[in-house]
Design a protein around this ligand. Sequence first.
Ligand SMILES: NC(=O)c1ccc[n+]([C@@H]2O[C@H](COP(=O)([O-])OP(=O)(O)OC[C@H]3O[C@@H](n4cnc5c(N)ncnc54)[C@H](O)[C@@H]3O)[C@@H](O)[C@H]2O)c1
Length: 250
Amino acid sequence: MSTVALITGAASGIGAAVARRLSSRGVRCVLVDLDGEGVERLAKEVDGAWLAADVSSEEASQEAVALAESRYGRLDLVHLNAGITGRVDFAEFDLARYRKVVGVNVDGVVFGVQASVPLLARSGGGAIVATASLAGLVAFAGDPIYTMTKHAVVGLVRALAEPLAAQNIRISAVCPGFTDTPLVAEAREMFVNAGFPLLAAGDVAAAVESAFYADTPGTLLIVQPGRQPVPYRYSGVPGPAGGQRPPGAD
Ligand SMILES: NC(=O)c1ccc[n+]([C@@H]2O[C@H](COP(=O)([O-])OP(=O)(O)OC[C@H]3O[C@@H](n4cnc5c(N)ncnc54)[C@H](O)[C@@H]3O)[C@@H](O)[C@H]2O)c1
């Protein structure tokens, strides 16, 4: 029986690289993207199923999971990857843009988890990897709203790790640095001129694949040029001075 993967934001960049990598290993892929032509093209390339949809709507995730079930009968791996940059200017606040960024980067991940967990569980368990960002771990002053959304993804993954593990579902995130995809096309020349190395989408795809099989639930895998992916470790926070533990923590 083939492994079945669902990948969002699969028409371009990191998602497309993951689709190619997984399908080269015999994984059957269900690809979701707002770009209908692009996702159809890639689905034909990898002999997968496709859905043109906006992940910020709850129905899109439900439809994608239903497609995985009707086409392949199961679901094992989910890559919640669709994302856009923030570019919200606080001086001239664009509410529609703000809602859009939160809708894709946060709602898209929440809805993706919510829709996929029942089928993953019915398939005997599996793994979810969200594409966060280094901006999910550090402050990226160039795009505060993007930073906020990616911190939200990191928080969600950390908090869901234990409850999902109880259903035999591992959830983790990759936190890549700047990656040479259309998302950063406008800044590409600046990076090149500064001699700053960019990741290739394939580097991140390799990290996503290893994150699917990470032993520790809630792993946050940092991906940087020229390095092996490395799990991020928080240093913890101090508790009450008296050493008490919150009720239910043990
Ligand atoms: N490129 C980078 O430097 C970088 C670094 C860290 C994290 N990331 C994250 O990686 C992920 C993938 O980005 P990428 O660099 O491959 O960019 P990309 O622009 O090449 O690909 C993103 C894909 O998501 C799709 N998409 C956008 N909005 C969507 C929506 N509402 N519904 C469905 N699909 C939608 C786009 O059509 C596109 O095909 C994003 O979450 C991004 O935040 C990127």
